[in-house]
Every structure is written in C-alpha cells, then in structure tokens.
Design a protein around this ligand. Structure first.
Ligand code: LLP
Length: 422
C-alpha cells in the first residue's frame, strides 16, 4: 500500500513485517518505534573506527536509556556512561558490569558520589571542587578528570560543552591544583576525559581535541601517567537529519583512519596499555527511532496551514528547544505520492505557541487521520520527554531482526501520573 511519503523508512525496511499505521492502531500514538537492525549497524560503524585492543565505544545513555536498547548495545560490545544514579541503575539493569560503566557527572552531591563508589564505578569529576569532595567521599579511590580542551563544537549553543563559555571541565592550566588534591586524598588518577559538544559532521575539530588530550596526557601528567587506564575523547558524532535532502553522512572511514593512526603512534611512543574511549550517544541511537503521531485537526490561521497532532514538545522537545530539524513522513491508507509541496506548520497539543514540530515545512498536503513519522527521533527523544500538561509519556516498541514488533515500554497512564502525589 503506497504511503504519501515514506521513502526513507521504506529504504531500510524500518517497520519490518508491520506498518506504521498498524503500529499506530495497535499501540496508539504518540509512539516511539525503534529498529534493532539499524541500532546494531550504528554500533558496528563506530566499533570499526579502530582495531586497537584498548579501543572502546562508550555509549552515552542519556541519548536513550531504554534497557531493551541498552542490552542490544551491550551485546554489540559497547560499554556505557552514566551521569546520574538513574542512568547508573538502568545500565546495571541492562547487564553492564561496573568496569563497563563510567560515571561522567557534573556538580553532584557527596551522596551521589558515594553511589558511584559503592557500585565500584569510576567517576569523572569536572571541577577542582568536585575532585576535593570526591577525595573526601572515597579517599584512595580511582578518579578521572574531565578537562576542558578549549575547543567547542555543536549544532546549537546549548549543546557546546567545551571552550570558555560553558560550565564543563577543569581548565588544563589548573592541573597543578588537581595534582595537589590527588596527592592530599591519596586518589589514583584513572583517566582523563573530555566532550567538546554534540553533533559534528566534519572530523577536524574532534581530532584536534583528541590531539589535545593525547598531548596533555603525554607531557603534563609526569608520574601520574603510570596509573592512567582510560582516555576518553567524548562523543558528538553527528548524523544527517535532512535525509530527504540527501545530507551527507559523517565520513567515518576518514575519521577512523585518522583516529586509529593517532592512537597507534601515540601508544607506541608512550607505551600506554590502557583503554581509549569514544562516547557517542546520538550516532548510535538517533536513526533507529521513528516517532509516530496522529493528525487530529488541520486548519488555516491567516496564511499558515496548521497541522494539529499529538506530537507536542512534551514528546519530542528538540525542535522547540534547539530549533532542530527532523524529517517527516506521511502514512495514509492508499496514499498517492504527491509531488506538489505546500508549506505547512506541524504543531502539537500543548498549550504553548512554541509547541511547533516543523515550521512552514514544504510537504505534500497532510490530512486529518494521517499518521506522521518523525525520523531520527531515537536519540534525545523519549529520554527528554516529559509529562507537561499532565500528558502521559508515550509507549516504545522495538521492531526486532525478525521484523516483528515488541512493546518495550508501556504507555504511561493517568494513574502513573498521580502515583507520586502523597
Ligand atoms: N559525553 C558527555 C559527557 C555528554 O555530555 C554527551 C552529551 C555525550 C557524551 C554524548 O553526546 P552525543 O554523541 O550524543 O552528541 N539534547 C541535545 C544533545 C545534548 C547532549 C548532551 N551531552 C540534542 O537533542 O541535540
């Protein structure tokens, strides 16, 4: 049955044995649908960046922490980061062992540090104050330090996480103070990490940051070098969101070749025997997710054609928060593919005028009763969803390698919403 617009999901057989309309009918909308094959492919893309035995892909669970996905990511051979007790708990639930988890946190309490220490998970601090606190919580323990390499990157100023205008990381120029705190608390420096920001499509900035960290570790650590077991370069690997415009992919062949060459040369020069981490979230989880929604009303307000859906920013906040672009597909029974495109503004059901999924987007005419698919919604989609307006967070379904759909999180109910009130 042809849809109005479904080239991208058709190309990868995204919905397997089922169809988006069948899924919407069976599970309701809004609905997050994930494809296991795509998820596994994305893990393998990154695992292939270097063949060094110490190379690890440290999946950043903040992008999507559904345990069904985490288990697949673990099976593929990735490790995982956590940045809260909740992520740590869910990573453990999904089977990651303590040595497969890094706690990469920011401005946390002594109690939270204790949870990481009790789980025997290495914690990375990102300020001298937090290093001092960790030394009090876990004297003699292993700790990592997050450096701010001074190089930032990202698709929006809100996701740039290094450079002068961010809250993250320890200034490398202050490392002597860190050294003194390490000595005072008898801490073991287990590693260094950094994360310059989210979503780069050209490898150069990332590789410059890799060079920074390798150079720093080699020339600035002195006797602390001997205990180093993790060098973590961070995430940020971008994906092409404008699929219908044939946006090019990040060139992983080039990135892998350059990264591997740097790590090999450096390993030979330094005799380092520890691990190298990259820390991707989006690259692994984004493209395996499509968010399905229903069109409940279409109207014109002045010159604008508004398509009213159940895809409010409570379900997917990225467009409202960062002006992010997500491609949109249109599924209709016996839909005729339509070459005429009309600008349409797709909105949700939240009581704010900023509740806009796509503004004046040229698309085939959308009608009431259509099911829409928001592409590349697997990362920072469900994980940033909220119950604003007391709307229930959506269900999640996984289309397995056999093409069959399986519910991996039930839809919230109004009783769930009320359950926390005392
Ligand atoms: N490591 C650390 C320490 C991070 O803070 C992050 C993301 C990552 C790794 C993974 O970054 P990725 O590979 O996914 O770019 N909500 C925003 C993205 C925020 C990213 C926050 N930190 C969005 O929807 O675009």
């Amino acid at each position: 049955m042809p849809n109005v617009r479904s080239v991208q999901t058709d190309r990868v057989g995204f919905f397997g044995q089922t169809s988006p309309r069948e899924l919407a009918a069976a599970y309701g909308t809004p609905l997050y649908v994930y494809n296991e094959g795509v998820l596994r492919r994305r893990c393998r893309d990154l695992l292939g960046l270097s063949s060094l035995p110490g190379f690890r892909v440290n999946y950043s669970a903040k992008a999507n922490a559904n345990p069904a996905l985490l288990r697949i990511i673990r099976e593929e051979g990735c490790v995982a980061d956590a940045m809260s007790p909740g992520e740590l708990y869910i990573n453990r639930l999904a089977g990651f062992t303590p040595d497969q988890i890094l706690y990469v946190c920011n401005n946390v309490s002594a109690a939270e540090m204790r949870i990481a220490a009790e789980n025997d998970v290495i914690l990375s601090v990102d300020s001298l104050a937090q290093l001092d606190l960790y030394g009090e919580v876990n004297p003699g323990g292993r700790v990592m330090i997050r450096l701010n390499p001074g190089i930032g990157a990202g698709h929006h100023k809100k996701v740039v996480t290094a450079g002068k205008e961010t809250k993250f990381g320890v200034d490398p120029a202050a490392f002597n103070e860190a050294r003194a705190l390490i000595a005072r608390h008898g801490l073991i420096l287990a590693g260094l990490n950094q994360h310059i920001g989210s979503l780069f499509m050209q490898p150069d900035g990332y590789l410059d940051a890799v060079d920074f960290l390798l150079g720093f570790a080699q020339s600035e650590l002195g006797d602390l070098f001997s205990t180093l077991s993790v060098l973590d370069f961070g995430g940020g690997f971008g994906i092409p969101y404008r699929k219908y415009e044939e946006d090019p992919r990040l060139d992983l062949a080039e990135l892998g070749q350059k990264l591997h060459a740097r790590l090999s040369t450096w390993t030979e020069a330094t005799g380092y025997r520890g691990r190298f981490y990259i820390e991707p979230g989006r690259y692994i989880a984004a493209e395996c997710g499509v968010l399905l929604g229903s069109v409940h009303a279409v109207k014109n307000n002045g010159p604008t054609r508004y398509v009213g859906t159940d895809l409010g920013f409570n379900v997917l906040v990225r467009p409202a928060m960062y002006d992010s672009f997500h491609d949109i597909e249109i599924y209709r029974e016996n839909g005729t593919p339509d070459s005429d495109l009309t600008p349409q503004t797709i909105v949700g059901n939240i009581c704010e005028s900023g509740d806009i999924l796509a503004k004046n987007r040229p698309l085939p005419l959308i009608r009431q009763g259509d099911v829409l698919g928001v592409l590349d919604a697997g990362a920072y989609g469900f994980s940033m969803a909220s119950s604003y307006n007391q709307r229930c967070r959506p269900a999640e379904v996984l289309v397995g390698l056999d093409g069959a759909p399986k519910l991996i999180r039930r839809r919230e109910t109004v009783e769930d919403l009320a359950a926390m009130f005392v």
